[in-house]
Design a protein around this ligand. Sequence first.
Ligand SMILES: *Cc1c(COP(=O)(O)O)cnc(C)c1O
Length: 367
Amino acid sequence: MNPNRPVPRHSVMEIEAYVPGKSGAPGAMKVYKLSSNETPLGPSPKAIAAFREAAGSLELYPDGSATRLRAAIGERHGLDPERIVCGNGSDDLLHLIASAFVGEGDEGVFTEHGFLVYRIAILAAGGVPVVVPETNLTADVDAILAAVTPRTKIVFIANPNNPTGTYLPLAEVKRLHAGLPSHVVLVLDHAYAEYVTREDYSNGLELATEYPNVVVTHTFSKIHGLASLRIGWAYGHPEVCDALNRIRGPFNVNGAALEAGIAAVGDVEHVNAAIAHNDRWRSWLETEIGKLGLKVTPSVGNFVLIHFPPTPGKSAGDADAFLSSRGLVLRRVTSYGLPNALRMTVGAEEPNRLVVQALADFVAGKA
Ligand SMILES: *Cc1c(COP(=O)(O)O)cnc(C)c1O
């Protein structure tokens, strides 16, 4: 073949572009966006002040090695800053990790209802996505290990997972790691780790300290409320960090993001307030929605997965339309293999109550 135009690599054309959660509801008076797991508390006021301050020096290139931000993260979590790499959101890092370790035809493993960015990152690197079934909407360690072949280079796990809200206890993560060949990179995506208050959970940082093939990613988009600024960080072995530093954009985190991120990490009180708000309202939502006869998957994140019967008029699509007409924007998760469910971000009190009321009306068949 000698086409008379540029042709992208085959695997690139297999990618279906990521479709973010809706942000609007046409016709509704007031819109409550509960579709992208953003925090209802907003960022720390200190982060907002630091962002404003950064407006005074926009002509300057940022510190390309994010030295002060890495130091702040290291101090907060007791980590060596040399083993941290910052990114333009953790999406940036997920792509960098895949492109550093996955070559043409290599396999990358993730689970049935796993985060869609993994598929995109594997394909973009030229790799072959291998999707593993889950058990009870939860990653299944045995199934993942059974999918490993000599071509496997990477395994992505979101823990807790989005959009299911389920998690693997530390013992299961360790069992997964122990069963993987030592040259396979295990990526633990801990976007929601701060929200988890279970005793048998760990944010994975110890594992990545100990083993050269474990990389943990974190984000400022969720509990820190800085999704718009795009800041993520990865923690791993120095050789992994070295690889990521070679291929990342030299200024991949912008100056305003660096300043806001440093201020956000330091505001532990704000993070604790977000955890407390989430614990209270997530369990309220699970209870109240459960009372309506709708099944809710028990979640440890800042969102809940609500299941609907496939019955015409009662389905997830019908519920989505009904809620949208009241300005309540949830997330359809058909692209995650969950056509009969909607994902709802734990919001502020007002939208939480409005959703429960709207679902009660929907279930009762009221307009
Ligand atoms: C939201 C989310 C992220 C964060 O992405 P950013 O690029 O840091 O905004 C990463 N992983 C999962 C599973 C998420 O849900």
